[in-house]
Each structure stands twice: as structure tokens, then as C-alpha cells.
Design a protein around this ligand. Structure first.
Ligand SMILES: Cc1cc2nc3c(=O)[nH]c(=O)nc-3n(C[C@H](O)[C@H](O)[C@H](O)COP(=O)(O)OP(=O)(O)OC[C@H]3O[C@@H](n4cnc5c(N)ncnc54)[C@H](O)[C@@H]3O)c2cc1C
Length: 556
């Protein structure tokens, strides 16, 4: 086992697989064709697909189900959909494939093709149970404003990508107010229940059962005692990835929850005749693993916003490792820095502690976040604005609309008011207040303005629509540093178990698959594991969840 696999086992309460001569050696409490471990987005997709394929499915969740998916923005990345057509958008699987290839998807070319060619069908499948809308937003935003449900959710319009693939709005947000991951999950959950999936809640899976040939036979769950379920759910609710500024408190709750489970559960075995799907999410709430792969994020855990549910501790990866599977791309993470909405913030200049620009301000939120994280002085960065853009952003943040206020308006205002914003009548004065060297800030601004005045394109690739010269002072600098908790840094993990890309079967290092074991969603390496754009995680977990179920039940 590698260091990572050892840490996974030490920190997740997962035990080494139980090896028996045959299934008859175990006293099974329940049995099914397909057992799905973790009932979030990937789990519900696998379970529903399994039931639709005619299998008897048991889904098991450590808590109540939903996971990160039920908290998320509900944005699903897809091309050539009925919703795009309703909005008058022309798009195709081929253009989506060209775009995603340029973004470097960490999968084989034919997997990317299959994903893109099947995108419209996957979307239709979801849309049978989850409402969407063609209300189109053509501006630049990490998340569409209230009342808008279809938008450019990645880097499609950034010149470098627009040159290789025709841009199209592919971010489909589930219909509802504010973040609509709950609408997305609830639609699929209801369909799964109606299709006959049996759901066992408050039952962390702690061990795989396999025979001496390595065939997976089932799982061992540690069911929380009935009288302890309310308390267990309460512990779960103490972590809310939509609520920032509580990083330290969340860590305490995570540790308390693990201890509580160990003291209040009873084991039982569940037989899986055709396969086990591991869909327990990522590992952003496993501090030890974060330390191992992104120490700079681990040391900032009090300030960053870990986007996950308490179940995101990597236990599915640990289970896979006990059967011979291996994890990969564990360093890859979504690290976000939001510069829009409000859109007028895009008119500013992002600079580092040396007073230099380092990224296009309108690049996708995780491209900006990843770049900020790499800047000197533990990811120190400032957004420099002139008076007009600053006050316009301030006003936009105040009037952004009720349900968007919590996610975008309020964080912007809080950062302006409490994050250490600096103001000065001159750029030189501002540089002095920020402790920046000499004339660098003035030079950076001057160079930027010259590019605009002379009509040249921005060297960092900022889109013309988001460019405005830095005009009259007073000038403002918003603190965008990683260690500033008021400038939100949302983070979630992208690496996981390597799987056979045709079947979703968990792979051993020698390239063979573990018979009867599958992984999906953020437990596995998937289409978004090299870099995430809004909607790609949901799209990948539907693709990978359905793939695993279909293959386990012999439909592929
Ligand atoms: C605020 C926020 C906004 C986001 N917005 C978007 C967006 O708009 N679009 C997008 O594509 N992505 C978005 N993401 C990311 C996306 O939500 C996640 O990457 C995705 O939902 C992960 O899905 P999953 O099925 O792999 O895991 P989850 O949805 O987290 O499900 C895992 C489930 O497994 C259970 N579990 C864990 N361990 C065990 C165990 N040992 N035994 C049994 N059960 C277990 C957990 O309780 C959980 O219910 C967002 C995330 C957040 C938090």
C-alpha cells in the first residue's frame, strides 16, 4: 500500500476486506443484485439506473443521503439539449468534445467522445425527473443570476478556447430559487424510491467482503442504533458547506461524528449478487489526506470553505484500496475565487504581492483560485479597482436579488467591509498601504490601460466585454488572499479511484479490474478530475453512476 492508501485506512474507520471461502460463510442480513454505497448524486444515479435496468437495488448512506449534491448549485454541463434549443442555442456534442479536450479531460479520447455523444441522453434522463429551464444568461458569471437557468459555465468564451470550439452555454441549472442542488437530488431520489430502490440510512459501510478469488460478495455496514439516529443527524447538520467562516467548528464536528459512530453502531452484512458501487463522494473533510496532498489548503482549513458533506472523508476510496484498487490525481482540487457576480469586479486587476498581474480576472473561478493559491506569501492577492467599478460592484452586491444575496452579494460586501480593503487617492498610495514594492502597481495599471487604448488584446486573455481602463481614483484594493476568510475560497477534491473507463470497474495497478466492484462520482477519477468547470461534476456523476449500474447488471 502507498502512503495515501495507509492514511485512507487510518483515518476513515474502514477495515481491511473480510475474505471468506464463499458467500455461504457469511450471515447476510439483506441481499440485492446491486449494492450502492453512498446515496448522493452518483449513488442515486447508479441506484435509479440499476432499478430501471431491472435489478433489485439496495442503496446505503452513512447519513440521510444527498451528500454534497444536495447542497450544490444544481448546474449540469450538457450539449445539444432540448433546453438549449428552447433558448435558441445551437450546439453539438462535437463542439463540446473539442472544448473539453482543450480543457484537458484526464480520460482516454474515446471516453471523452462517449461522454459528449451521450450528454444529450444523460441530460434527458435527468430531465425526466428534474425540472430545468431555457431562461438564458449571456453574461459572465460563476452562477447565473436569479431567474436565469442556462449560461456559459466554463471558459467557453475565453479566446483561447473559442478559437478551437464554438462557444455555447452548457451550464443547465435545475429550476428553483438560489442553489438548486436540492432540486436536482430530490427529483432523482424520488424517482429511485418509486422505482423500488431500498434505501438504508445512517449506516456507514466499513468493510468489503470478498472471496478468496477476489470476487466482491457484499459489504459490512455499521448501522447507527435507532435511539442514536437523531443525534447522528444533528452532528451531520453541524457542517453546512453553504455557510462560510466555520472551518474550525466543522472540523470539530467531523471528529465528534466519527467517534459517535464508533460508539453507537452495530454491524450487519449485506450481500451484493452482481456488484457494489462505491459512490461516497470526495475527501475534502479528511484533514490528514489534505495535509498529504495540498498542505497549503490543509493549513488554511479554518479560512477556506470545504465544499462537501461530513461524508466526504474518502471512505469509499479506502474501501476500494482494501480490495486492491488504487487512487490517483489526489492533488487535483477545485479551488475557487469568485470575481463575479457582481460583474463590475471583473473590471478590476488581480495582482500578487509583487504588484504584478498573474491571471485573467474573468477566467473560470477555479482557474483564478488555483492561480491565487500559487502566488507568493501563501497565496496573497488583491483586486485593484477604480472608484467607478468599486461603487458599481458595491451597489450590484446590495441589489443582486434575495436568493442570490446569500451566495454572492453578502460575501462580496463582507469582504469589502471586513476583509482588509485598502483605499487611497493615488495608485502609489495604495501600493504603499498594501506593502507592494515601489512603482510596480503603477506600471501594471499603466501597461493594462495602454493595451486597451491601443486596441491590443489583453496578454492574459481577458474578454473584451469585461475590459475597462482603470480610471479615476480613489483606488480600492480588495483582499483576495487564500488566508483571508472573508474572501471565500471554496475547495473540493477531484481525485479518486482509477476505474476502467468502459465499465466503471475499480482498477488495480496492474490494469486488471476488481471483480464486482465499481466506483462513481467524486470517489473515482472522472471527466472533471484534471480541472472542474461548473456543472461537470454533476454531469460526470450521472455518466459514471449509470455506467457502473448498467455494467454490473449486464446491460453494457
Ligand atoms: C455548495 C456547492 C456547490 C456546488 N455546485 C456544483 C454545481 O453546480 N455543479 C456541479 O457539477 N458540482 C457542484 N459542486 C460539486 C458537487 O456538488 C460534488 O462534486 C458532487 O455533488 C459529488 O457527488 P458524489 O455523488 O460523488 O458525492 P456526494 O453527493 O457527496 O454523495 C456521497 C454520499 O456518500 C455518503 N457516504 C460517505 N461515506 C459513506 C460510507 N462509508 N458508507 C455509506 N455512505 C457513505 C455520504 O453521506 C453522501 O451522502 C458543488 C458543491 C458544493 C458543496
Amino acid at each position: 500500500m502507498t502512503n495515501t492508501e495507509n492514511v485512507l485506512l487510518e483515518t476513515t474507520q474502514v477495515q481491511s476486506a473480510l475474505t471468506v471461502r464463499s458467500a455461504a460463510d457469511v450471515e447476510w442480513a439483506e441481499e440485492a443484485d446491486l449494492v450502492v454505497v453512498g446515496f448522493g448524486g452518483a449513488g442515486v444515479s447508479a441506484a435509479l439506473q440499476g432499478a430501471e435496468s431491472g435489478g433489485h437495488v439496495i442503496a446505503i448512506d452513512r447519513f440521510d443521503g444527498g451528500g454534497a449534491t444536495a447542497y450544490c448549485g444544481g448546474v449540469f454541463y450538457a450539449s445539444d439539449t432540448s433546453i438549449q434549443r428552447e433558448a435558441g442555442v445551437t450546439d453539438s456534442a462535437d463542439e463540446m468534445e473539442k472544448y473539453l479536450a482543450a480543457e484537458s479531460a484526464p480520460v482516454q479520447a474515446d471516453t471523452l467522445k462517449r461522454f459528449c455523444q451521450g450528454s444529450s441522453a444523460d441530460f434527458d434522463w435527468v430531465n425526466r425527473y428534474v425540472p430545468f429551464s431555457g431562461a438564458l444568461y449571456t453574461g459572465k458569471a460563476q452562477y447565473p443570476p436569479e431567474g436565469k437557468f442556462l449560461y456559459y459555465s466554463g471558459n467557453e468564451k475565453v479566446p483561447k478556447y473559442a478559437e478551437v470550439a464554438k462557444p455555447a452555454p452548457r451550464g443547465h441549472r435545475a429550476l428553483g430559487a438560489g442553489y438548486t442542488g436540492n432540486v436536482f437530488f430530490e427529483g432523482l431520489r424520488k424517482a429511485a424510491m418509486e422505482a423500488g430502490v431500498k434505501l438504508i440510512t445512517h449506516a456507514p459501510v466499513r468493510r468489503l467482503v470478498m472471496d478468496t478469488e477476489g470476487q466482491i460478495l457484499g459489504v459490512e455496514v455499521h448501522r447507527i442504533r435507532p435511539d442514536a439516529i437523531d443525534e447522528h443527524q444533528k452532528l451531520y447538520s453541524e457542517v453546512n458547506p453553504q455557510m462560510p467562516f466555520k472551518g474550525l467548528q466543522y472540523q470539530v464536528a467531523i471528529e465528534k461524528c466519527q467517534k459517535f459512530e464508533a460508539e453507537n453502531s452495530e454491524p450487519a452484512f449485506i450481500r451484493a449478487h452482481r456488484g457494489v458501487v462505491l459512490s461516497t463522494g470526495g475527501f475534502v473533510y479528511n484533514l490528514e489526506l489534505l495535509r498529504q496532498h495540498r498542505p497549503e489548503m490543509a493549513s488554511a482549513y479554518g479560512e477556506i470553505l470545504r465544499l462537501g458533506s461530513p461524508g466526504c472523508d474518502g471512505s469509499g476510496m479506502a474501501l476500494g484500496a482494501t480490495a486492491g484498487g488504487y487512487v490517483d490525481l489526489m492533488k487535483n482540487m477545485f479551488i475557487g475565487k469568485t470575481t463575479s457576480p457582481p460583474e463590475s469586479l471583473l473590471h478590476g486587476l488581480l495582482i500578487n504581492a509583487e504588484g504584478k498581474r498573474f491571471i485573467s480576472e474573468d477566467a473560470y473561478v477555479s482557474v483564478v483560485g488555483g492561480a491565487v493559491a500559487e502566488q507568493p506569501n501563501n497565496g496573497t492577492a488583491y483586486l485593484v479597482l477604480d472608484a467607478k467599478s468599486f461603487w458599481s460592484a458595491f451597489w450590484n452586491a446590495l441589489t443582486i436579488g434575495r436568493s442570490m444575496f446569500l451566495f454572492f452579494g453578502l460575501p462580496t460586501l463582507l469582504n469589502i467591509l471586513k476583509g482588509g480593503t485598502r483605499r487611497s487617492g493615488s495608485l502609489q498610495g495604495l501600493a504603499k498601504k498594501l506593502g507592494l514594492p515601489g512603482k510596480t502597481l503603477q506600471d501594471t495599471v499603466q501597461r493594462y490601460n495602454e493595451f486597451i487604448i491601443t486596441g491590443k488584446s489583453d496578454p492574459f486573455g481577458k474578454q473584451p466585454a469585461n475590459i475597462a481602463p482603470i480610471g479615476k481614483g480613489p483606488y480600492y484594493a480588495l483582499n483576495m488572499s487564500i488566508r483571508n476568510k472573508f474572501s471565500l475560497t471554496p475547495v473540493f477534491t477531484l481525485g479518486g479511484l482509477r476505474v476502467n473507463e468502459e465499465t466503471g470497474g475499480v482498477l488495480r495497478r496492474d490494469g486488471s479490474t476488481v471483480s464486482g466492484l465499481y466506483a462513481a462520482g467524486r470517489t473515482a477519477v472522472g471527466l472533471c478530475s484534471a480541472g472542474y468547470m461548473s456543472g461537470m461534476s454533476l454531469a460526470d456523476l450521472v455518466f459514471s453512476g449509470r455506467r457502473a449500474a448498467m455494467h454490473a447488471l449486464g446491460q453494457q
